[in-house]
Design a protein around this ligand. Structure first.
Ligand code: NI
Length: 178
């Protein structure tokens, strides 16, 4: 088990475009993925991008079941997504509150596309794609943004909808319905 430090907004790696993975099925990649899942679980996160633990590669992991940071959302299978590509299927936008392990304690209201198809590779280099909506689509758009050096506060259109979770939701956080 290797829980890594999650770097926070302001760290230069979080503003950089990450590099594609060119070799799959290597001990280095396997260790990175294990560290990412360990770190994600320890933080109760919904998803994590490699730059958040200091590795500038196009690798994201996500997955969720019974997560106290995100109650009331549908479960998402544990997924490794490498060199991802997103195609927008339904460009209508949905607003919901997001958080990020690199922006601890805060939430912001962000618009995301309703339905996307994402494609990429798993840890073995096998290509796969999925058509998803709702919270699943939101998580993937958020994580893939990390690979472009974009954190969710840059996606908030009205900064009056950005603040500390405990101030915004004194009764406890619940996701906006989608
Ligand atoms: Ni994030």
């Amino acid at each position: 088990m290797a829980v890594k430090t999650v770097v926070r907004m302001g760290h230069p790696l979080l503003g950089q475009v990450a590099e594609p993975v060119v070799e799959f099925n290597t001990p280095t990649l396997d260790t990175l993925l294990r560290d990412m899942f360990d770190t994600l679980a320890a933080a109760n996160g919904a998803g994590l991008a490699a730059p958040q633990i200091g590795v500038s590669l196009r690798v994201v992991v996500f997955g969720m079941a019974d997560n106290p940071r995100y109650p009331d959302v549908e479960p998402i299978a544990e997924t490794v997504l490498i060199n991802p590509l997103i195609t927008v299927i339904d460009a209508r936008e949905v607003e919901a509150w997001e958080g990020c392990l690199s922006v601890p304690g805060m939430r912001g209201l962000v618009s995301r596309y309703r339905t996307i198809c994402y494609a990429g590779h798993d840890s073995q280099g096998r290509r796969f794609e999925r058509n998803v909506s709702g919270f699943h689509a939101r998580v993937v758009q958020h994580e893939v943004d990390h690979l472009e050096g974009i954190l969710y506060p840059r996606r908030i259109r009205d900064l009056s909808h950005f603040g500390f979770e405990e101030e915004l939701f004194p009764e406890g956080f619940h996701c906006a319905p989608e």
